[in-house]
Write a protein that binds this ligand. Structure first.
Ligand code: ADP
Ligand code: MG
Length: 684
């Protein structure tokens, strides 16, 4: 008996070598193999006779070998030409560079041939076809929708097909249904065994569709169900920290040089409500670039501090961590709060670790370095991740585990449509800051050609004499043989000796050590540097309100979300700001992107457009967010199924206790399998 959790190596014909190849594809068990789905299919159902085939169609022909195979050598190819016949005529099978096939075909025996047909001067040729002796395979089996698996890592498609066939037809492996039957009925979804059989070996295009629907549905369903269950557990358990409210928070708000926007006040109230309840907080603050998220995090962390708890904020780059550290120190040091910073290259590291452990620091700002084993907190009450889209769920969860059920606050500037936010942030409550501080002006954006740079540089010079500052972002750090794009080092050297020889220029990029980076950023912030030549190290979070010009070199090399983030470095005060996108690319997608940037400053509109232009694979991928990878569902293509599965997931989470124990157990098992290695302590 073969069981689903048996290792692949227990199958006949799978030795150690093949097992390791399967393992490299991430396939270990029989179940893994069954859930390794084909991405496309060859339609070998187009069975034709030699007199009916058309030029350039794909067809299957049953032909009898009627002569010797010929070998023809041309300049760069060795061709094999095999004569075949059926009742209607004669044709030739052509193979390229495949001398190993010379002795395979037996005269007078019949084979199936599937491939592309060429008719050259009346001669029917089948180009490099798939073939099989008809005694070895039934016509139904050969002339089918034949699966093609995505990555095969040195295994042949045939090897995978043969194994799948064995599991399904010979061993007749059956899977116990794990979706409640009412979901199947209501959504007209087939059962799992039909789905598995037909996703690998569809009996028709219709049955393939039915199978695929089920598998897409369940994939999206379980992802959302799992996340919603996590959220439910969080909200229902009363084992979070119950913070007290302190009037000092309002005092600090009153001391700020600006008045909080209504949207900021609402977000802060959501946070305070969460923090002062005995339930754990798991909240996402989503607010466009420049909407003022930092101060909200600071106020929440101050409240944690007033309650005698430490808090920590994790940022994706050292530059951003340093910047936040300075902002926090400026505001909180006068109030007697001790703020520290921890990055991988911070100087007095062991002293800082000691301070964190002994509770001598109240607030710790840092990078990924915060989630290392060595970092031990005394009493962590609140953890914040800034620019969450740069981190995975897993890193967020690691940070949380540094304390005993601390409250969790997550911030992101990347707006996404609601259906998708339920997927990517399904375990979080969401507050949206949909308002910019007053007086902000629309950043005027222009797509220009490299020929216009001189004009642009003159404009920058003029703005600098008015006291403004500029960023020039390059796609590369240094020149590369392989990529034809502007490098920051090269541009810096060039500009400081030529156009801008009377201005103060600075250079910052990711290959510099953090001390140098910090010095340059400090000088830019203070205005000592007027033009900062840089790479995407400044993409997220950097806040120099006096900078009003953003120039992006080779703008075609950046996605919309990235361009929007980069542009978000300017327009952070009431100064009129400008963004110049330099690109000479004529590609349709590039031009569409540039137009979108010129037409709107609104992150939501840009996100929707981004989704349309490149599909969700790149940016909205679950994998980047550290969630289970989607194997068959596509967040963009399957929006309708996404919505239906979302409804069912929401319903089941609410009514979980009303399910019968069989359904409960089955859902639980499947979900824990999916999330087990992401959330360390995931249970339903
Ligand atoms: P982001 O949401 O992109 O992280 P920041 O928190 O860095 O934005 O804020 C951008 C700038 O706006 C900062 O200089 C900050 O001090 C300022 N700011 C924040 N809130 C307000 C407000 N309500 N009024 C005016 N300026 C504000
Ligand atoms: Mg920010």
């Amino acid at each position: 008996m073969i069981r689903l959790d048996d290792p692949i190596s227990s199958l006949k014909g799978v030795g150690a070598k093949k097992t390791s190849k399967f393992n490299k594809l991430g396939l270990y068990t029989v179940a893994d193999l069954l859930y390794y789905f084909p991405t496309t299919y060859e339609n070998r159902k187009n069975l034709k006779t030699l007199n009916k085939v058309r030029h350039n169609e794909k067809a299957t022909i049953i032909g009898k070998v009627c002569g010797k195979i010929q070998e023809i050598t041309t300049k760069n190819k060795r061709i094999l030409k095999l004569p075949i016949q059926d009742n209607t005529g004669i044709g030739y099978v052509i193979f390229y560079n495949s001398s190993y096939l010379k002795k395979i075909f037996k005269n007078n025996e019949k084979y199936y041939f599937y491939g592309n047909i060429n008719i050259i001067n009346g001669e029917v040729q089948i180009n490099h076809p798939k073939f099989r002796n008809i005694q070895k395979e039934s016509i139904e089996d050969f002339c089918s929708l034949t699966p093609k698996y995505p990555l095969i890592n040195g295994l042949s498609q045939n090897e995978i097909i043969t194994l799948q066939k064995k599991l399904i037809s010979e061993y007749r492996i059956t899977i116990k249904e794990y979706l409640p039957s009412y979901i199947l009925e209501k959504n007209k979804i087939c059962d799992i065994n039909y789905a598995i059989k037909n996703i690998h070996f569809p009996s028709s295009s219709r049955s393939l569709k039915v199978a695929k629907y089920r598998l897409v549905f369940e994939e999206l369903f379980f992802l959302q169900f799992g996340l919603l269950m996590i959220k439910k557990n969080n909200t229902e358990s009363n084992n979070g920290i119950k913070f007290d409210m302190f009037p000092q928070v309002q005092d600090l708000i009153d001391m700020l040089p600006f008045k909080l926007t209504n949207a900021q006040v609402n977000a802060l109230n959501d946070i305070i409500k969460d923090m002062t309840s005995p339930k754990g907080m798991n909240r996402l603050i989503q607010g466009d670039v420049g909407s003022g998220k930092t101060i909200i995090a600071l106020l929440a962390m101050y409240l944690s501090c007033l309650n005698g708890y430490q808090s920590t904020l994790m940022a994706p780059t050292e530059i951003l961590a340093e910047q936040h550290f300075k902002t926090f120190e400026n505001i909180l040091k006068p109030l007697g709060i001790k703020v520290g910073v921890l990055t991988k290259s911070v100087k007095d590291r062991s002293k800082i670790l000691e301070y964190i452990k002994r509770g001598k620091l109240d607030i710790i700002i840092g990078t990924h370095a915060l989630i290392q084993d060595k970092v031990v907190f005394k009493n962590l009450g609140l953890v914040v991740t800034d620019e969450q889209h740069r981190f995975g769920v897993r890193q967020r969860s690691f940070l949380k585990q540094k304390g005993y059920n601390p409250d969790v606050l997550v911030m992101t500037a990347t707006p996404i449509p609601r259906t998708l936010s339920l997927i990517l942030y399904g375990d979080l409550d969401i507050s949206i800051i949909d308002e910019l501080p007053p007086g902000r002006k629309h950043v005027k954006t222009y797509h220009i050609s490299p020929k216009e740079t001189e004009k642009l540089y003159n404009f920058i010079k003029k703005e600098i004499t008015k006291g403004r500052q500029a960023y020039i972002v390059c796609p590369l750090v240094e020149d590369s043989d392989k990529i034809d794009a502007q490098s920051a080092i090269d541009l810096y050297e060039n500009l400081k000796d030529n156009y801008f020889n009377s201005n103060k220029l600075g250079l910052v990029h990711g290959k510099m050590n953090s001390e140098d980076k910090e010095t340059i950023m400090k000088k830019f912030k203070s205005g000592e540097i007027e033009i900062l030549i840089t790479t995407t190290v400044i993409e997220v979070g950097v806040n120099v309100p006096n900078a009003s010009i953003m120039v992006i070199q080779n703008a075609e090399r950046f996605g919309l979300a990235q361009l929007h983030q980069l542009r978000g470095r300017v327009g952070r005060s009431s100064l009129q700001s400008y963004c110049f996108l330099i690109s000479e690319s004529n590609s349709k997608v590039t031009i569409e992107r540039m137009k979108t940037m010129e037409n709107t400053n609104n992150g939501f509109i840009i996100a929707e457009k981004d989704l349309k232009l490149r599909g969700p694979g790149d940016f909205f991928g679950t994998k980047q967010h550290g969630l289970p990878e989607l194997k068959i569902a596509d967040l963009f293509k399957h929006v309708n199924i996404l919505k239906k599965s979302q409804e069912e997931a929401l319903y089941i989470v609410k009514n979980f206790n009303k399910l019968n124990s069989n359904d409960k157990e089955a859902l639980k098992l499947k979900t824990e399998n999916l999330f087990g290695n992401i959330y360390n302590d995931f249970t339903i």
